[in-house]
Write a protein that binds this ligand. Structure first.
Ligand code: CMP
Length: 133
């Protein structure tokens, strides 16, 4: 069993895709072990996306994820990290395979609906940030 952090971004909430996206996670038979709708403060967004601090898109990214409510989740299952990454599709929605979340619903590099941890280290860090004990 493995745990990963998943976040439905403000565009997913605004587009009323929460049910569709959670439905896909449940249909895959992954467990939702924690879930909350919340607003992210800019400081938390900067911590979460710290590795992108020097990137030209950093400000847009922080502005976007703080622009409205998100749905934060801890997802559990066998190989949950790679399974969620595969279900999510590539970062660039123009390349994302149909059948993936970004492949089916995404058309923008920043407003790309969903985040899922990319490694066990990221999952541990992101779960601790969003779901502190
Ligand atoms: P996410 O998987 O949450 O992790 C980093 C985010 O940065 C990514 O989703 C995109 O929303 C954003 N991102 C990555 N590359 C670019 C880019 N070239 N231009 C704008 N945003 C980007």
């Amino acid at each position: 069993m493995e745990r990963t952090f998943v976040m439905l971004k403000p565009d997913a909430v605004q587009r009323r895709l929460i049910g569709e996206l959670i439905g896909r996670i449940e249909a895959k038979n992954l467990n939702i072990v924690a879930m909350k709708m919340m607003r992210i403060e800019p400081q938390m967004a900067e911590t979460h996306y710290g590795e992108h601090r020097e990137k030209p898109f950093f400000k847009d990214l922080v502005d976007f994820v703080t622009s409205g409510p998100v749905v934060a989740m801890i997802i559990e299952g066998p190989n949950a990290i790679s399974v969620m990454r595969a279900m999510m599709g590539t970062t660039n929605p123009f390349n994302a395979t149909p059948g993936t979340i970004r492949g089916d619903f995404g058309l923008d590099l920043t407003q790309n609906l969903i985040h899922a941890s990319d490694s066990p280290e990221s999952a541990k860090r992101e779960i601790a940030l969003f779901f502190p004990e």
